[in-house]
Design a protein around this ligand. Sequence first.
Ligand SMILES: *[C@@H]1O[C@H](CO)[C@@H](O)[C@H](O)[C@H]1NC(C)=O
Ligand SMILES: *[C@@H]1O[C@H](CO)[C@@H](O)[C@H](O)[C@H]1NC(C)=O
Ligand SMILES: *[C@@H]1O[C@H](CO)[C@@H](O)[C@H](O)[C@H]1NC(C)=O
Ligand SMILES: *[C@@H]1O[C@H](CO)[C@@H](O)[C@H](O)[C@H]1NC(C)=O
Ligand SMILES: *[C@@H]1O[C@H](CO)[C@@H](O)[C@H](O)[C@H]1NC(C)=O
Ligand SMILES: *[C@@H]1O[C@H](CO)[C@@H](O)[C@H](O)[C@H]1NC(C)=O
Ligand SMILES: *[C@@H]1O[C@H](CO)[C@@H](O)[C@H](O)[C@H]1NC(C)=O
Ligand SMILES: *[C@@H]1O[C@H](CO)[C@@H](O)[C@H](O)[C@H]1NC(C)=O
Ligand SMILES: *[C@@H]1O[C@H](CO)[C@@H](O)[C@H](O)[C@H]1NC(C)=O
Length: 427
Amino acid sequence: MSLYSIAAVFVLAGAATAKVSTNITVPVSVSAAVDIFDIAPIISNADATAFIQNLTRQGNNLTTAAFVEAENISGMYNISTQFCMPSSDPPEHPTLQILTHEVGFDRTYWDLAYDGFNYSYIDVATDEQKYLTLSYDSLGIGNSTHGDPVNEIQADKVIHVGHSFGSVQTYGLPDAFHTLSDGIVLTGFSLNSSFMPLFLIGGNFVQANLNQPFRFGSILPSSGSTTEEVAAAFRKPLDHAKVEDILAEYDLIDYVAGLEDPEERVAYADGYITNSNTGANQFLFFGPSGRYDPGIVIYAEETKQAIAPGEFLTLGGSSSASAFAGPVLVLTGSNDLPFCGGDCYATGNPKLPSIPAAVVEAFPKVPTGDFAAIIQPETGHGINLHYNATGAYNVIGDFLAAKGLASTYAKVPRWSCTECKISQESV
Ligand SMILES: *[C@@H]1O[C@H](CO)[C@@H](O)[C@H](O)[C@H]1NC(C)=O
Ligand SMILES: *[C@@H]1O[C@H](CO)[C@@H](O)[C@H](O)[C@H]1NC(C)=O
Ligand SMILES: *[C@@H]1O[C@H](CO)[C@@H](O)[C@H](O)[C@H]1NC(C)=O
Ligand SMILES: *[C@@H]1O[C@H](CO)[C@@H](O)[C@H](O)[C@H]1NC(C)=O
Ligand SMILES: *[C@@H]1O[C@H](CO)[C@@H](O)[C@H](O)[C@H]1NC(C)=O
Ligand SMILES: *[C@@H]1O[C@H](CO)[C@@H](O)[C@H](O)[C@H]1NC(C)=O
Ligand SMILES: *[C@@H]1O[C@H](CO)[C@@H](O)[C@H](O)[C@H]1NC(C)=O
Ligand SMILES: *[C@@H]1O[C@H](CO)[C@@H](O)[C@H](O)[C@H]1NC(C)=O
Ligand SMILES: *[C@@H]1O[C@H](CO)[C@@H](O)[C@H](O)[C@H]1NC(C)=O
């Protein structure tokens, strides 16, 4: 099945914003080698803290200490995907970007609804830069069960774009599938693991389904319950804006997340963890004050996803990308916490301009000039959540275009199938 015939089916499901977008759950058959770890069950907040203590104890490598054996697993898994294309001027030879999100998020990181989709990476990549995009919920997150939808689709060129732990996975991909990727973009990334404990500790990780009991599952109110009804039950006068302020101030925003909108609920079993509150979210993902909307921190906290502890254990497990020879862009916020310790320029080495610049050593086959490490100014780890996110998107678009990876147009468009016309008319 060609990409456009998939797209034509998608379009009938409707367009959410300017881009032509739809969601589809893709069942995939997965066979994978996984590591089995002997880790005490994490069923309380105290267990979550003990796990992070074990993970961050100096001189202790929990990945090695808890390793039991490698095992081959296989099965059918559902991948929840969002496929998007430009709403006008569809390119004759499209380039597809496969977007992999960070732990603690889902694929909506690439298409934030906040502020009228003003922060959407996908809006810029499709409508302005004319790419196709495929974003997906990974590894048991959001509406997916597991997996990688890579083999399901075809396009002229494929670019893999990751953020943070998604970049770690993307970095590990090319050696296994290096013929599959024409270019890679690693955002919120470096190869220096010295600062990861700051992230692990700063998150004050707790049991996800206790932290957001309505949204993540341990309290299931009747589906019609709203904050108004709950407030009425407490017989308090209700000023909705004021209630929101109070909830945020007292860290109750997590407690009520998902209460108003049953559609937002995503149950997570015991063992999934999450950062504790809005302050932890700010510490992990945001840069200098004034460089982001304070409201988006609350939004990020309300819409966060849980994390499987196994993801922290297998961080170092990605194979090297040394066989990859295509263009590579690393783009990291100047104040990134987990990959730069809050300052990407503090290298202590006059010959190393930034911590992410050292990633070049991992790509010996990439020609000089096809590798770039860009520091996005005054930005923290969650690049897409800052006021200047589109500045970063333009850097990515310009780099890919300069390396000949943009979608291209034939002189005579061959865009003629009936379904495709429907798609153009539907927007
Ligand atoms: C697709 O999923 C996103 C969230 O993941 C949601 O906001 C959007 O409404 C969905 N679109 C459709 C067409 O269902
Ligand atoms: C932490 O490590 C100790 C000692 O290795 C172990 O007994 C305990 O089960 C671990 N707890 C967690 C939650 O990983
Ligand atoms: C997993 O499968 C690979 C190849 O199919 C095989 O070489 C390896 O020994 C298997 N590993 C285990 C633990 O069964
Ligand atoms: C995948 O989704 C389908 C339809 O929603 C469902 O019937 C099936 O059980 C799901 N499979 C898995 C592995 O979750
Ligand atoms: C998006 O941001 C720009 C400036 O950054 C602002 O002018 C515009 O009103 C915003 N749009 C929405 C939908 O909020
Ligand atoms: C999961 O599916 C539900 C219902 O289809 C939808 O409302 C929700 O936005 C989806 N969540 C994600 C993270 O895609
Ligand atoms: C722990 O050991 C694993 C291999 O067992 C390695 O990949 C990882 O980098 C190590 N972690 C640290 C922090 O040294
Ligand atoms: C990580 O960065 C710090 C600060 O620049 C530096 O001191 C340290 O040597 C780096 N570690 C590695 C493994 O490159
Ligand atoms: C926004 O980002 C772009 C691209 O990195 C950069 O050139 C520009 O200086 C940034 N603007 C501000 C105000 O930081």
